[in-house]
Write a protein that binds this ligand. Structure first.
Ligand code: ADP
Ligand code: MG
Length: 321
C-alpha cells in the first residue's frame, strides 16, 4: 500500500465532519472558519514507542492515548477541542495495526466532535505526533499563572494508578491479579477531562493537566503564579487498587511523583469554591480538595499535622542522571 492510498483508506473518510472545516484532508493545508470573539488554543504532543507507552501497548490504546493526551491539554485551558492533525511515523504498513490504531483515534474524535483535518505519514521507528486545536471565548483561557495565595487546590478523579501500572510493567511491584487489567487501562486509555475543563473555566484561578506528576505539575502552577503550596497527604484521592497494593507511604509517594494520570489540577478562590463544586457535581466529575496555596514559595506536604518540604523529583526527559 502506497502513502496516498494509505492516507485515503485510513484517514480521509471519517464520521466527524465539522461545518467550520472549509477544507479538511486532501490539500496542502486545511482551512478553518474561526468564529468572531473566540480564541484558538493549540497544543502538540508526541508519543514515542518505549518512552511514552510500553512496546507491548495495543495499537487501539496507542491511538486513544495519542489523542487523549492532547485533548487533556485543551481541557486544562478550559477550551473546547475542535480539530486535530496527526503526524505518524510507521516502521511498516501493517493494515491490521493501522485499523486498530485508527479505531482508537476516531472513537475519541467522534465522542468529542473533533475532526482530523490533516497530517503527515512517513516511514521510520514508530512515533506519533498530534496537534490539537480548540476554541474558547476570548480571554477566558485558564492559565498556570493565575493562582493567588490562599486559593484551594483541587484534583479531578484519582491519582497514581497509571504510575502503579507502569511499576507493574517493570516488575517493581506485585499486584493482585484482579487489578492488573484495570490499572493497565488507566495507563493505556487516560480520560481527558474535557467537560470538567470547560465547567471550571468560570471559577478556577489556574489549571494544568497532570502529565508529569502532581509535584512537578503543581510546581509549574506555583512558579508561574509566584506562590507556594501545601498538600495534605491523607487527602490525596487514591484508588482502592493503590491502597490495597502499597503501604500508605508508598501510595502517597507514588501519587506525588507518578505521571500519566491526565487528571486536572486547578486552584480556586474561597469565593468561587461553591460555584465550581456545583458546576462539577452537575457533570458528575469527582473532585478532591488536596491543599492550599500560600505565600511561602515552596512546596510542602502535611501529614499528622506536621509540615514537611517536598524534595521528590518527578520524571523529566533529559534529567541529570
Ligand atoms: P504535502 O506533501 O502537501 O504536505 P501530503 O502528501 O503529506 O501533503 O498529504 C496529503 C494530504 O493528506 C494532506 O492534506 C495532509 O494533511 C493529509 N495527511 C497526510 N498524512 C495524514 C495523516 N496521518 N492523518 C491525516 N491526514 C494526513
Ligand atoms: Mg503540499
Amino acid at each position: 500500500m502506497k502513502e496516498f492510498e494509505l492516507i485515503k483508506h485510513f484517514f480521509t473518510d471519517q464520521i466527524v465532519k465539522r461545518k467550520d472545516v472549509l477544507k479538511g484532508i486532501g490539500d496542502d493545508c486545511a482551512i478553518i472558519n474561526i468564529p468572531a470573539q473566540q480564541n484558538i488554543v493549540v497544543t502538540t504532543d508526541t508519543l514515542v514507542s518505549g518512552v511514552h507507552f510500553p512496546h507491548d501497548t495495543h495499537p487501539n490504546a496507542i491511538g486513544h492515548k495519542a489523542i487523549a493526551v492532547n485533548l487533556s491539554d485543551i481541557a486544562a485551558m478550559g477550551a473546547e477541542p475542535c480539530w486535530l492533525s496527526l503526524a505518524i511515523t510507521l516502521p511498516e504498513v501493517d493494515k491490521g495495526w493501522l485499523q486498530s490504531f485508527c479505531d482508537g483515534v476516531f472513537e475519541l474524535c467522534e465522542y468529542y466532535n473533533v475532526e482530523l483535518i490533516g497530517g503527515d505519514t512517513t516511514q521510520g521507528p514508530l512515533s506519533i505526533t498530534v496537534t490539537a486545536q480548540g476554541m474558547i471565548p476570548e480571554g477566558k483561557s485558564l492559565l498556570r499563572s493565575g493562582a493567588q495565595s490562599g486559593d484551594w487546590i483541587y484534583v479531578t478523579g484519582e491519582i497514581g494508578d497509571a504510575a502503579l501500572a507502569l511499576k507493574h510493567f517493570y516488575n517493581q511491584v506485585s499486584l493482585s491479579q484482579e487489578y492488573v487489567k484495570p490499572l493497565r487501562e488507566k495507563l493505556d486509555r487516560p480520560k481527558a477531562r474535557v467537560l470538567a475543563g470547560q465547567a471550571i473555566r468560570d471559577y478556577a484561578s489556574s489549571a494544568i493537566d497532570l502529565s508529569d506528576g502532581l509535584v512537578s505539575d503543581l510546581n509549574h502552577i506555583c512558579q508561574a503564579s509566584n506562590v507556594g503550596a501545601n498538600i495534605v497527604l491523607d487527602q490525596l484521592p487514591l484508588s482502592k487498587m493503590m491502597l490495597n497494593s502499597l503501604t500508605f507511604d508508598e501510595a502517597t509517594s507514588l501519587a506525588l511523583v507518578g505521571g500519566d494520570d491526565y487528571e486536572l489540577l486547578f486552584t480556586v478562590s474561597e469565593d468561587n469554591k461553591v460555584g465550581m463544586e456545583t458546576a462539577l457535581a452537575n457533570i458528575g466529575t469527582k473532585i478532591t480538595c488536596i491543599g492550599q496555596t500560600n505565600k511561602s514559595k515552596i512546596l510542602s506536604t502535611t501529614i499528622n499535622n506536621e509540615v514537611v518540604p517536598i524534595q521528590a523529583k518527578s520524571f523529566e526527559h533529559f534529567n541529570d542522571k
